[in-house]
Design a protein around this ligand. Structure first.
Ligand SMILES: NC(=O)c1ccc[n+]([C@@H]2O[C@H](COP(=O)([O-])OP(=O)(O)OC[C@H]3O[C@@H](n4cnc5c(N)ncnc54)[C@H](OP(=O)(O)O)[C@@H]3O)[C@@H](O)[C@H]2O)c1
Length: 215
């Protein structure tokens, strides 16, 4: 049975998945790159963006779980572009002509538009649907493989709250953002439904995995 997975979703120590003040110039708002710079330093993270070099070790091992076995991604409108992107017919996401997904990607938005096929196998589909409906569409497109819920925090929280997530890898980054969009609000006692494990990395990051009980 294919799984619904979250891979290396980053939160600050105080639980924020992005900062405040998102814009074209600041995709993570006042958080800057503080939530992700650990990942961009790893070998796997650099390969994802066509770069060489980088570190090995536990952070790299976790980053490398991003793509294997994934047949489709679901993301929110807030991940796809800055506020107001839907008013720009030429906007095709942040990632350039060859985005690092290489599968169908379902963008949840109240402003659907026709699909966009990119180089490297990524096709963006824009849908206005409930989490369960979006997951059904992504499963159909995933050819029997797993579906990744790619963020941002609002969409990740909605899918967890709907009970649709089987496995999640949350990266707790030792920074305090103080403001932004929280991941955990409304998810009280979530740990009861999952087996929770933590791996501390020498980099200061903690990788926390939640695997649905019984899997
Ligand atoms: N920490 C991480 O690892 C990580 C990962 C990915 C992204 N991010 C960051 O997270 C931020 C974006 O997160 P966010 O929480 O602001 O937004 P988000 O979760 O990406 O998207 C939320 C938006 O998606 C649309 N949407 C959500 N559910 C929908 C539904 N059921 N039907 C139709 N539309 C729906 C709505 O936008 P509209 O009403 O405008 O259509 C909603 O405001 C960005 O800064 C991004 O860079 C962080």
């Amino acid at each position: 049975m294919p799984l619904t997975r979250i891979q290396h979703f980053c939160v600050s120590l105080d639980g924020f998945g992005t900062g405040e003040g998102l814009s074209l110039e600041a995709p993570f708002g006042h958080a800057g790159h503080r939530l992700h710079e650990w990942m961009l330093g790893t070998r796997g993270g650099r390969q994802m963006f066509g770069q060489q070099g980088g570190t090995g070790g536990v952070d790299d091992a976790f980053v490398r779980l991003f793509a294997p076995g994934i047949g489709a991604e679901i993301m929110g409108a807030g991940k796809f572009g800055p506020p107001g992107w839907h008013e720009d017919p030429a906007w095709k996401g942040w990632w350039g002509p060859n985005p690092p997904f290489h599968t169908p990607v379902f963008v949840l938005t109240h402003h659907p538009r026709p699909p966009i096929a990119m180089k490297g196998g990524t096709t963006f589909h824009f849908i206005d649907a409930s989490p369960a409906e979006a997951l059904a569409a992504a499963r159909d497109a995933a050819n029997g493989l797993d579906v990744r819920i790619g963020g941002g925090p609002t969409v990740v929280r909605d899918f967890i709250a709907a009970g649709l997530v089987d496995h999640m890898h949350i990266v707790v980054v030792p920074v305090l953002l103080g403001r932004g969009v929280r991941l955990w609000d409304g998810l009280e006692s979530l740990e009861k439904d999952y087996k929770v494990e933590a791996t501390a990395s020498p980099s200061g990051i903690t990788h926390v995995t939640f695997t649905r009980a019984g899997l």
